[in-house]
Design a binder for this molecule. Structure first.
Ligand code: ZN
Length: 299
């Protein structure tokens, strides 16, 4: 009885890599995959966190499920997909992450079909992921919605050997997180983990600016702001800082920051990225969350 009690206590309090259900080996870097719809979504939603994670030793991969070949007002098809792929590779270098893969599913046509799900399962397995990030399955854009559905439908299935048997199953279901969004129906986003990214904000903007055809052409065209885009590359970055991240920190974000950083530090951040724990993945302990997000202070 004493031995059992001791083992249970060790599991709860003696947390380190060798006791956790991690897929990478105890001393190896933690392996993170971020799966989203378009070449730029991951950059917007978690670019600061990803840059910090990579700098602190995690192996980080971005994966865009579509090739971005529809989102432009002056070009499209294969020519646009080639530009998007090159921009993603440049963003990868600027973020300092290990990989930025772009699948060839067509933009604005992504559906949560079985063959795509199997590709997502293979991608998570081949990365030997410990942690997976994706969209929530409620969002204004059908590609985001369907990408979110595909990712969460792959949780658990990644450990089932008879599903996509051409790839080795994972030993443990990864921890899954949702990327932040502003949608409230049927339920608002829960700011379970909020990261203060001020120190990485310049790197995030510089890496995002690699997606020129998105941030300085297509997206401002959709919002009738194309005439505001400066020619100078530094001025473009400042324009992007204001246009995309000038809103300040919300009450929900401050509450999340306070939980992880304490109230004094929480009040100092100007830029944040938030994550919701997706309950179909393995549920992480608080210690494990601090290991996944090594920029969080130790209690
Ligand atoms: Zn998108």
């Amino acid at each position: 009885m004493k031995t059992i009690l001791f083992s249970v206590l060790l599991l709860f309090f003696g947390f380190n890599r060798s006791y956790s259900q991690i897929n990478s080996a105890a001393d190896d870097p933690l392996r993170v995959i971020v799966i989203f719809a378009h070449p730029d979504d991951g950059d917007i939603k978690m670019g600061g966190t990803a840059a910090m994670m990579a700098q602190m030793g995690h192996q980080v991969k971005f994966l865009s499920l579509t090739n971005g070949n529809a989102g432009h007002h002056e070009m499209g098809g294969g020519a646009l997909a080639r530009i998007r792929r090159a921009e993603a590779e440049e963003a990868r270098k600027r973020f300092g992450i290990a990989e930025y893969e772009v699948f060839d599913y067509h933009d604005a046509e992504l559906l949560p079909e079985l063959h795509v799900r199997l590709d997502v399962i293979r991608a998570i397995r081949e990365w030997n992921a410990d942690v997976v990030f994706g969209h929530r399955p409620n969002d204004y854009h059908p590609d985001h919605r369907n990408a979110g559905q595909l990712v969460i439908d792959s949780s658990y299935m990644v450990i089932v050997p008879n599903v996509a048997p051409d790839t080795e199953p994972l030993r443990n279901n990864p921890v899954f997180f949702y990327l932040e969004d502003r949608f409230t129906k049927p339920n608002p986003f829960s700011h379970d983990v909020v990261i203060g990214i001020d120190e990485a904000m310049d790197s995030k903007l510089y890496a995002m600016a690699a997606h020129e055809s998105q941030f300085f052409e297509w997206l401002p065209w959709t919002s009738h702001r194309l005439d505001e885009i400066p020619d100078d590359s530094d001025e473009r970055i400042e324009w992007m800082r204001q246009a995309w991240f000038g809103r300040g920190v919300s009450q929900a974000q401050i509450a999340g920051l306070t939980k992880w950083y304490g109230s004094e530090r929480a009040s100092q951040f100007r830029y944040t990225e938030s994550y919701e724990i997706a309950e179909y993945g393995r549920y992480p302990t608080e210690d494990e969350i601090r290991m996944i997000f090594p920029m969080l202070p130790r209690p």
